[in-house]
Design a protein around this ligand. Structure first.
Ligand SMILES: Nc1nc2c(c(=O)[nH]1)N[C@H]1C(S)=C(S)[C@@H](COP(=O)(O)O)O[C@H]1N2
Ligand SMILES: [Mo]
Length: 332
């Protein structure tokens, strides 16, 4: 749990309150700059001009692991995972230039530049806790643990933007089975990279770094939950969470942590970064649900970051066939 006091949303004028952010940050900005300039700085996050990518885009989509695993890409597409309803694939550069990765910056349009060149090789992932065979994976054992496949998934951020991208990887249950979970293990806790020297956003000390997340064991073992090593047919560029991340496409995007270094199998429900910061706004389960509004905005509609089309949000982001069996409707 963090000990920081987060000012409540009613303590700031509504127009300064932006999604998935901490008001303390705003207050500092307001104080430092004076109110007049703040409006321009805090462009609305849904439908904003940040998506226009200007200037030099070289390296924007380059895999952070370089060509080290290029023999594994592109992986064969698993046709079971269709976008449905005529949804188009998001253009690669649109997805690459509009990111949430607070370790680098809260400015979505700048993450790719600040993240570019971040070193991810060597990298290790410790899988530990309530398991028979705790194990530390290096990049080779992680990338080569199971055959890679490509899946096109819908992806929905709690801030209402949505995209459709092809991820490459394998189901998380393959990684978890390799360490033999004990029956006592009921939750999985994910811990990501801590490096305030290399990740400029981690200098913002009021966030409880490193970013951490969690899933219930049955959610982690679900076929959809994906160890994600690539996107658009190649390794992940840094801004998408290289060298690897989780993708859980029926949940809001913050449940898909990037750049993981440790997985712990635990008995009790673990804390999560956003739930600890703003428990009123971000639950543990955080399943996409059009009829469960966020305290500050409706979730009924989403906006596609590629086409800018607005469309109805789908329960479980459209993955109800795969996941509704996990829930009794009370989870938030
Ligand atoms: N480590 C880490 N993982 C993270 C985040 C973050 O700030 N740090 N942001 C989350 C949020 S809010 C979203 S919407 C997705 C965005 O993924 P993308 O930038 O690849 O689209 O990453 C998630 N994973
Ligand atoms: Mo998000």
């Amino acid at each position: 749990m963090s000990n920081i006091r987060i000012p409540k949303s009613w303590e700031l004028p509504e127009r300064l309150a932006t999604p998935e952010d901490v008001y303390l940050d705003r207050r500092r900005v307001v104080k430092a700059m004076g109110l007049a300039t703040v409006g321009a700085l805090l462009a609305p996050q849904v439908g904003c001009a940040e998506r226009l990518v200007l200037g030099d885009q070289s390296g924007m989509t380059t895999p952070a692991v370089g060509d080290r695993f290029s023999d594994l890409f592109p992986a064969k597409r698993n046709e079971k995972y269709q976008l449905g309803q005529g949804r188009p694939l998001t253009p690669e550069k649109t997805a690459a230039a509009y990111n949430n990765f607070y370790e680098f910056t809260t400015a979505k349009g700048k993450v790719w530049q600040l993240a570019q060149g971040y070193p991810v090789d060597p990298w290790t992932v410790e899988v530990t806790g309530l398991v028979e065979k705790p194990r530390t994976f290096d990049l080779d054992s992680l990338f080569r643990l199971a055959p890679l496949e490509e899946r096109t998934y819908r992806f929905r951020c709690v801030e209402r933007w949505a995209m459709q991208v092809p991820w490459t990887g394998y189901p998380l249950h393959k990684l978890l089975k390799a360490v033999r979970p004990l029956s006592k293990a009921r939750y999985v806790r994910f811990v990501t990279k801590l490096d305030p020297k290399g990740m400029p956003g981690q200098k913002a000390a009021y966030y409880p770094w490193p970013y951490y997340e969690g899933l219930r064991m049955d959610e982690a073992m679900n076929e959809l939950t994906f160890v994600t090593l690539g996107i658009y047919g190649h390794g992940l560029p840094m801004q998408h969470g290289a060298p690897w991340r989780i993708v859980a496409p029926w949940k809001y995007g913050y449940k898909s942590p990037k750049s993981l270094v440790r997985i712990e199998l635990v008995e009790e429900q673990p804390g999560t970064f956003w739930n600890d910061l703003q428990p009123r706004e971000y639950g543990f389960f955080s399943n996409v649900n059009p009829s469960q509004p966020h305290p500050r905005w409706s979730q009924a509609v989403e906006e596609d970051i590629g086409s800018l089309e607005k469309r109805p949000t789908l329960l479980y982001n459209g993955y109800q066939d795969e996941v509704s069996k996990l829930y009794d409707g009370k989870e938030i």
